[in-house]
Structures are given as C-alpha cells and as structure tokens.
Design a protein around this ligand. Structure first.
Ligand SMILES: CC(C)(COP(=O)(O)OP(=O)(O)OC[C@H]1O[C@@H](n2cnc3c(N)ncnc32)[C@H](O)[C@@H]1OP(=O)(O)O)[C@@H](O)C(=O)NCCC(=O)NCCS
Length: 306
C-alpha cells in the first residue's frame, strides 16, 4: 500500500469517463470467486450497459465512484427503478480488492444511494468464497436471507438424456389449455412459493416468451416446468420445476428436464442456466443427472432502508 492509502476517501456519482475503471473492476470480480458477487455480475462493458438498460438507469443514476486523491479506490452501485421496493447492491468493489476501510465506506455510500433512489430495502448477493465482503456485510447490519447455487448445462458438448419412456410431456400455452393450465399454475405456485394469484402469474410469464411443459397422469397435471430461450442470445434458463408430492420418484421431473433441454437445443441454445437452493438435494441430484454442473454458490443479504 502506498502513501495514497492515507488520503481521505471521497465519493461522487459515476461519469462516462469512469466507465473503463468500472468495467475492468467488475471484470476482475467476475473472474475471481474470492472477490465475486452473486448478482449483478458483469464480464465486460456490454453486460454492464445491458443491465443498466434493463432498469432504465444512466451510469450516474446507478453508480458511485470512491476516490482517494486522484486515484479510483472503489465503486458501489444500486440497480433498480426508482421507487421499486427492492434495489440490488452492485459491489462494493475496491481497488485494490478487499480494502476493509474502503469497503465499509462504499457500503455506507451504497445505502445512501439506495435511499436517494427511494427503495425500501437493498439486496446484496455475494459469492460464498468472497469472505471479506461477507464479513463486511455481516458487520454493518445486513441480514442473511437465503443461499443459492447456480447450475449450468453446456448443450454444445453434452447430449441431453433421452426422456424416460412412458411419461408423456405436453405444452401448456395459456388459459386456452383449460384445466391443465390452471393445475400447472397451482402446482408451480405451491412448490415454488409464488406470491399472489398463480394463474395470473403463469399467464404473465407465458406472455413474456416463457414456455410451460407439463406431465399429465390420469388426466391430472403432476409436474410442470417453466423455461425460456432468452431472446437475442444463445442462453436458456429453466426457472421453475415442480412435481406433485404423490408423483415424485416416478421420473416426471426427469421427463420434464430432458424435454426442456431437447427443445432448447433444437432452438440453437448453447448454455442453459438455473438456480437452486443448495439445501435442495433432490433437485441438485436431478439436475446433475441431466448434465448440469454446479458453478456459483452465493448468499443474499438484506438491508432495510425504512
Ligand atoms: C426435484 C423434483 C422436481 C424431482 O422430481 P421427481 O419427478 O421426483 O424426479 P425423478 O423421479 O425424475 O428423479 C430423477 C433423479 O433425481 C434425483 N432425486 C429425485 N428425488 C430425490 C430425492 N428425494 N432424494 C435424492 N435424489 C432424488 C435422483 O437422482 C433421481 O434419480 P433416481 O430415481 O434414478 O435415483 C421434485 O422433488 C420436486 O418437485 N420438488 C419440489 C420442488 C423443487 O424443489 N423444484 C426444483 C426447484 S429448483
């Protein structure tokens, strides 16, 4: 550490001229789990800009730069539309990584940015290997909320398993699918803890390019999966999967996952992502059997701004 470490830390909103620093710093974090974030993660400037566009935010709305004299000492951001209940903390990332004083300073700046943006609470998602940021959050009043494990399947190298024989998978397209649509919505809502009316939620997803496949046994839906091929990308995501309690361990889950993977592969998808609770051993085993590998383990923390 040079003498500049003793300079007082200052903060200001990010400018276009900070973009290279921001992109490089997030890229460093992207490639090093001990410095890693769960969300948001940016591999490069294009991803950073795309995420800002998603929330309709300019660089200066989303990021605060921390400086020590002339030097960039870190960055912190809040993603989210102003007035949304939740804002997502981006970072903080210090330069050099993991400077405890700069991390704490940047965390305070992130909280004040969250207040400026009129959020009710902030969510920070940190990779479990990033012990320094985890300790800083725990020491600054952030409350642990949940853990998640990202999994990924590379369809360019792996062949999706053949769906098990004798388990029929059908597509539900909306209310016109009748009872199957309502039953799928009820099952998914129950198992995946959807809030609010489940049929409306499923209808919204189907309007937004998501697709829903179901397994029907004896005229009743016993399993359902909701997935998407992300428009304009070679990525797909399996977002929801549920099999009714009484129908488990009879390959309905396998039939759904293998059918979804085959549909995505046939549409030119190269990589499929999903996120699972690390404590959910049945789902992890099912996905591993279907050529998914476990990638990023992260934990989310919450900070109330009220
Ligand atoms: C996870 C879930 C979808 C599995 O569905 P399923 O129809 O029972 O799964 P399958 O019968 O196709 O099982 C396939 C493989 O998954 C694994 N698996 C499924 N249930 C398991 C359990 N209870 N314990 C351990 N492994 C299990 C096994 O490897 C199994 O293969 P095997 O039977 O040859 O050992 C189902 O348990 C479920 O709906 N759980 C609640 C909702 C949920 O967790 N969804 C996933 C959210 S990411």
């Amino acid at each position: 550490m040079g003498s500049s470490a003793a300079l007082p830390l200052r903060s200001r909103r990010a400018r276009e001229s900070d973009l290279t620093f921001l992109a490089n710093r997030f890229a460093l974090s992207y490639n090093d789990p001990t410095d890693g974030l769960g969300y948001p993660r940016f591999e490069d400037v294009t991803e950073l800009r795309a995420e800002l566009q998603l929330y309709g935010q300019a660089l200066a709305d989303a990021f605060v730069v921390i400086s020590a004299g002339e030097r960039h000492a870190g960055v912190v951001g809040v993603l989210g539309e102003p007035g949304d209940d939740v804002g997502y903390l981006a970072g903080p990332l210090t330069d050099p990584p993991g400077q405890p004083i700069a991390v704490r300073f940047a965390l305070r700046e992130g909280i004040s940015l969250g207040r400026d943006r009129r959020h009710e609470r902030l969510i920070a998602s940190v990779q479990d290997e990033n012990v320094r940021l985890t300790a800083a959050l725990k020491g600054s009043g952030w409350i642990r909320r949940s853990s998640s494990l990202e999994m990924e399947c590379d369809l360019t190298t792996a062949q999706p398993p053949v769906p098990p024989p004798g388990v029929e998978v059908a597509r539900v397209t909306g209310a016109e699918s009748g009872d199957a649509f309502l039953e799928a919505a009820r099952l998914l809502g129950e198992e995946e803890r959807w809030e609010g009316p489940t049929a409306e939620h499923l209808a919204e997803l189907l309007d937004e390019d998501y697709r829903c496949d179901v397994v029907v046994v004896g005229g009743a839906v016993v399993g359902a999966a909701v997935w998407i091929k992300l428009p304009g990308t070679s990525f797909g995501r399996l977002d929801y999967l549920a099999v009714a309690d009484a129908a488990r361990r009879q390959r309905a889950g396998s039939a759904l996952v293998s059918t979804v993977l085959r549909s995505l592969r046939d549409e030119g998808t190269e990589t499929v992502y999903l996120s699972v609770d690390p404590a959910n051993a049945p789902a992890r085993a099912l996905y591993r059997q279907h050529t998914f590998r476990e990638t990023i383990a992260s934990t989310t923390y919450r900070y109330s701004l009220r």
